[in-house]
Design a protein around this ligand. Structure first.
Ligand code: GLA
Ligand code: GLA
Length: 681
């Protein structure tokens, strides 16, 4: 969803002042003033221009209720500012001090099983707790009193990675209030939740509880509303602090850090309230597919920054310069790959590339998490690489400034559809929306087609091609939006188990996809997940033959051309892929999970037919190409060198060399090509 945001400052203003943002989370409460001084010097050496400070400092700032000890933070901020480092100042409310839970146990969150969680970790707060909220406001007010007008504070960072749900009685009260706002009457709620079934009818608002552990499966509409409620409740916590900050100083952008495709919060509803779209991304170097996921996540973040008045951009606020502390097996990540990941984000529109964390901890849970300053200290290849990268980003800044990524393909992804489709008790738990999104995205990534990730109700008119892989829940507005999009000349591809549920998560009656059957020129009667024991194929002149997996559907063509047919029980001879001309546009429907080759051919055919061209044709395997304005980023994910055909004349801004038609790119290296005399034809 887009919204106008003319009034608030954000990344354009920040980067105009500071250039590409580079730095990391700085947790100075772990260190002595001598180390602070060393840190300030090292940040300057590395060209760091942003430090996120105070994220977990609550106990150091308020060691007991109402006694504030903020001087040390001021010293740190002033010291860093003297070394050219701007501050992303956090409100420390993601990790309350032990005194909060000790004195007020009902500030602690309760799980669906009824377990009240303890302190000794972090995120141990109930978002509904009036005491937690009050204590949060007090510490934020104290920080604003001290730093509201501090010239070094360039961004405010509210909380950290909002995400903990709570099922306590206080949350039950808030849940009821949220439901009353949504439904107004109990009758409406009973209808929306389908409570006639299993004797779940509510006769009093007080009977309604969060979806706590129950003897058997829980009402899916209740679950869906609870997920929506939790997202809104956490957003309310963020907004409460955000409005305090804006009241104190409207000139400084306010944000919080997102977590990729995070299950626990609908980032579409959050995005309009973040002045800076900031992501924490930790692709697993042990997973070959993670390079695709990282690109997809970057595209999501960039898309979250779209507004009716243009692009606001995004930044990587946290990533790892090596190992993380929370993965079972942390395989080596080279310094080359660390640099590559940073430049990849910049290529996909990021204005900043920052890390968790600045200096490696020696104690605490994250003592084995990589950092810009490693345990080994300055005399290390890692440190030298981080210094070089900081300088490189500074040099790259002017060229990147104002250059935007434009996508010609959009993929539909809605949080409530994701939630609803992954409730238990659907026909198959093997067909997962996010997995399907990734699978469909992969051929786009491979062929260098840049993609936005948008809501089903977004304005699609600017995209020649829209893909909707497993769009399970589509509201009436979304159905109309998709239909109008195709009618007006767009190309839409709809995937299996789409258009099944309405906004309440109720199954729509009629032949499916209800509301889109005219558009796709076909309709379905039953979903038929495939047995493990039988081999079903799809056969197609256009796509070639290959296996169908997990899922099939009993479809009937009603005007659409059958592009691929199932072979084998239970769908022998039935259509598997269809294409239909609908008014000015074209709609495709795919009724299964094909192998990668068939899916790739399908998607590249659609792209081709729509007249879209990859950023670079004939890219070698695992080489990523993305255009940011006139700049062309080419990223080699292989260990070995590759040769990439780059028609035209270019200058590689990272090496300051000329590239004429052909780029030789070493393993795990990146080129940022600027056209010379028009560059690529
Ligand atoms: C059992 C229960 C029914 C129904 C079915 C579903 O038979 O008694 O109420 O839930 O399982 O398979
Ligand atoms: C997230 C958190 C950080 C840190 C890192 C570790 O990004 O925000 O505080 O725990 O994960 O990877």
């Amino acid at each position: 969803m887009t919204s106008p945001r003319t009034a608030r400052p954000g990344l354009p203003e920040l980067t105009e002042r500071l250039g590409i943002l580079y730095g990391g989370d700085y947790n100075p409460e772990q260190w002595t003033p001598e180390i602070w001084a060393e840190d300030a010097r090292l940040m300057q050496d590395a060209g760091v221009n942003l430090a996120s400070v105070g994220i977990f400092s609550w106990a150091s700032l308020e060691p007991e209720p109402g006694r504030f000890t903020v001087d040390w933070l001021e010293q740190v901020i002033d010291l860093l500012a003297d070394h050219g480092v701007a501050i992303d100042l956090a409100t420390p409310t993601a990790s309350p001090p032990p005194w909060l839970g000790h004195r007020w146990p009902d500030t602690l969150p309760v799980t669906a099983e009824g377990v009240r969680l303890g302190w000794g970790s972090r995120n141990h707060y109930c978002p509904s707790s009036p005491v937690y909220r009050e204590r949060s406001r007090l510490i934020v007010a104290e920080l604003l009193r001290r730093f509201g007008d501090h010239p070094a504070v360039a961004i405010w960072h509210v909380g950290n990675e909002y995400g903990t749900p709570c099922y306590c009685d206080q949350c039950a009260v808030r849940f009821r209030g949220w439901l009353q706002d949504r439904y107004e009457t109990l009758d409406a709620l009973n209808t929306a939740w389908g409570t006639a079934f299993w004797s779940q009818r509510y006769s009093d608002w007080a009977e309604i509880i969060p979806p706590r552990q129950a003897p058997y499966l829980i009402n899916p509409s209740q679950q869906l509303d609870f997920r929506r409620f939790v997202s809104d409740l956490l957003l309310e916590c963020y907004l409460e602090q955000r409005s305090m900050i804006i009241d104190a100083n409207p000139a400084v952008p306010v944000t919080t850090n997102l977590m990729r495709f995070y299950w626990g919060a609908d980032y579409r509803t959050w995005a309009p309230h973040l002045d800076v779209i900031a992501d924490d991304a930790y692709p697993d170097p042990n997973d070959p597919q993670s390079v695709v996921e990282a690109a997809l996540t970057s595209d999501l973040m960039r898309s979250l920054g779209h507004t009716t008045d243009g692009q606001r951009g995004w930044m990587l606020l946290e990533q790892a310069a090596g190992a993380v502390n929370w993965r079972g097996h942390n395989v080596a990540k080279s310094v080359r790959r660390t640099r590559l990941e940073s430049l990849r984000a910049i290529g996909r529109g990021a204005s900043g590339s920052c890390y968790f964390q600045w200096r490696a901890s020696t104690a605490g849970t994250e003592r084995f998490h990589a950092a810009l300053v490693p345990h080994a200290g300055e005399d290390s290849d890692r440190w030298r690489a981080h210094v070089a990268h900081g300088q490189e980003l500074r040099a790259l800044s002017p060229a990147v400034q104002g250059q935007q990524v434009t996508a010609e393909v959009a993929m539909i992804f809605d949080w409530d559809s994701w939630w609803a489709a992954e409730e238990p008790a659907v026909p198959s738990n093997r067909l997962k929306p996010l997995e399907q999104l990734q699978a469909w995205y992969t051929p786009l990534w491979q062929s260098g087609i840049t993609t936005d990730i948008v809501a089903s109700t977004a304005d699609l008119s600017g995209y020649p091609v829209v893909l909707a892989p497993t769009a399970y829940l589509l509201t009436d507005d979304a159905l109309a939006n998709l239909q109008n999009y195709v009618a007006a000349g767009g190309t839409l591809v709809v995937g299996p188990f789409s258009g099944v549920a309405d906004h309440n998560g109720h199954v729509r009656r009629g032949r499916f996809p209800v509301g889109l059957t005219d558009v796709i020129g076909a309709s379905g009667e039953q979903w038929l997940p495939l047995p493990d024991t039988c081999e079903v194929m799809i056969t197609s002149e256009l796509l070639g033959d290959g296996p169908a997996r997990v899922w099939s559907e009993q479809l009937r063509a009603e005007g659409a051309e059958v592009i691929a047919t199932f072979a084998g029980w239970p769908v022998d001879g039935l259509p598997a892929v269809l294409r239909n001309a609908y008014q000015q546009g074209t709609a495709w429907y795919l009724a299964t999970v094909p192998d990668d080759d068939r899916l790739g051919r399908l998607i590249t055919t659609v792209i081709d037919d729509a007249g879209l061209r990859p950023v670079l044709a004939g890219l070698p395997d695992r080489v990523e190409a993305v255009r940011r304005g006139e700049l062309l980023f080419v990223i080699n994910h292989n260990i070995d060198d590759v040769v990439v055909t780059t028609p035209g004349r270019w200058r590689d801004l990272l090496t300051d060399t000329l590239v004429d038609d052909q780029l030789r790119l070493p393993g795990e290296d990146v080129a940022v090509l600027e056209p010379i005399d028009g560059g690529a034809e």
